[in-house]
Design a protein around this ligand. Structure first.
Ligand SMILES: [Zn+2]
Length: 454
């Protein structure tokens, strides 16, 4: 056995201290020299790992946060506002700096492209949004957008050419109903374009204000199967990752939503002269109904949620027994069958309740937003990538809507979540730790690299 062969053993074991190596060291009594040699060999063999620049993302987030900054520490950067326009200008500057070829599509989305080496391959999309709700925070959408730009920046700096063409997209007006991403997916109809947004402008006016051309919207719509995929990094907007001390959430889908208006009719009568056993109190039935919704939704295992979010009482006076109540019922889950099943059960229970309280329940036809599932192989890829970077993961649904749900209509999508501190979002106190953001961006970068290699 010559010295060269002898050296191989510890190399195979990497940093682990192998007993053979120990023995070798003891025998030769030149342990120090050996370790130095080992270190040099390892350094020569493995180049510095490709990583995002966490500090740079942090600086970009801070700079973006200035546009529309509110005194509470968050932002009010609603789509089509001056702050939104300035934020978009800033993002375009960063995208150009990252070597992307930038244009604004007819829907007003900002798209930065980077050519791939395989011209026949479909584009891979990454991105998010930078518009906010009124009195929003500095992380919702911004983390995913700036991290997607960072991915392009790293590719440029490391001179990595992907096989797939890459598109970094900042979708317009996500908070006002995923407008920009919908334009790529199912398209925007006249009714949508005429809706008045938070900025006071209609979607049509707003789209024009940010450089889109509403008359040419059809040109941005993409056919199902026309993209290789879409990855979006986003803050969780709930508290489970932080609570469970998990680094990365692998999103299995964006929940579907059911809405129905429930009317309860009783009989309005004098609150002083009508005895308790002779009332048809619509609000009392409503109160019991709200309790019932909670019981039905929690009666089966799973992560489904159910809420009564608003109540209107008529006539609404101290001295009149409520004669009519209208309330809003919402159910959410990844499985449409599950929430429609719960809805049927709630209706049955309501009928019984109505008879008991001598009131009548009626429901409007449910309005359903279908769940959007992420791609199973994308979930696997994100999970494996995160684990290979040393992060803990959790597969979880997204309770909030995202651009990814619209893009799921045209191709496979994957979403990466990072912890939201305290589960706070859509508020100035929204916060994600710089380290978590860096972790998420690294998972995004390496998921893109791994996807491209396949
Ligand atoms: Zn968002």
């Amino acid at each position: 056995m010559d010295a060269r062969n002898d050296l191989r053993l510890p190399q195979i074991e990497h940093a682990g201290v192998h007993w053979c190596a120990m023995k070798w060291c003891a025998m030769k009594s030149s342990c120090l020299l050996f370790i130095v040699l080992l270190g040099l060999t390892a350094a020569a063999q493995s180049p510095l790992p490709v990583r995002v620049n966490g500090q740079r993302i942090h600086e970009h987030l801070s700079s973006l946060a200035k546009f529309g900054a509110n005194p509470q520490g968050g932002v009010s950067r609603v789509a089509y506002s001056d702050a939104d326009l300035k934020g978009r200008e800033y993002a375009i500057t960063l995208m150009k700096g990252a070597g992307l070829d930038v244009h604004i599509d007819a829907a007003g989305n900002i798209i930065g492209t980077r050519a791939g080496s395989g011209p026949q391959l479909k584009p891979l999309l990454i991105g998010s949004h930078i518009d906010s709700v009124p009195m929003g925070g500095n992380y919702d959408g911004d983390v995913g957008s700036l991290s997607a730009i960072e991915v392009a920046q790293v590719l440029q700096e490391k001179q990595i050419t992907l096989r797939h063409p890459l598109e970094v997209i900042i979708f317009q007006n996500e908070e006002g109903g995923t407008i920009g991403s919908q334009a790529l997916g199912e398209g925007l109809d006249e009714q949508r374009l005429n809706l008045v947004s938070q900025s006071g402008k209609t979607i049509r006016e707003g789209t024009r204000a940010i450089g889109g051309i509403p008359e040419q919207l059809a040109s941005v719509q993409r056919l199902p199967g026309s993209i290789a995929g879409y990855f979006e990094l986003h803050i969780e907007q709930g508290g489970s990752l932080e609570r469970e001390k998990i680094d990365i959430g692998v999103v299995e889908g964006i929940v579907g939503i059911l809405h129905s208006d429930v009317t309860i009719e009783g009989f309005a009568n004098h609150a002083g002269t009508t005895p308790m056993d002779q009332r048809h109190d619509a609000l009392l039935s409503a109160a019991r109904f709200i309790e019932t919704v909670n019981q039905v939704v929690t009666s089966v295992p799973g992560r489904q949620v159910g809420t009564v979010g608003w109540v209107k009482v008529e006539p609404g006076a101290y001295n009149v027994i409520p004669g009519k109540v209208v309330l809003g019922l919402e159910l959410r889950d990844l499985d449409e069958k599950k929430f429609t099943g719960l809805f049927s059960r709630i209706r049955t229970e309501a009928e019984t309740l109505g008879k008991l309280n001598q009131t009548r329940f009626s429901f409007t036809d449910p309005v359903i937003t279908r769940p959007a599932l992420t791609d199973k192989t994308f979930q696997q890829l994100i999970g494996d990538t995160a684990k290979s970077l040393g992060f803990s993961i959790k597969v979880m649904p997204s309770g909030a809507g995202h651009d990814a749900q619209e893009i799921a209509r045209i191709g496979p999508v994957g979403m990466i979540f990072i912890p939201s501190i305290g589960g706070i979002s859509h508020a100035p106190k929204e916060f994600s730790r710089p380290q978590d953001i860096e972790n998420g961006a690294n998972v995004l970068l390496h998921t893109v690299l791994a996807f491209d290699r396949k």
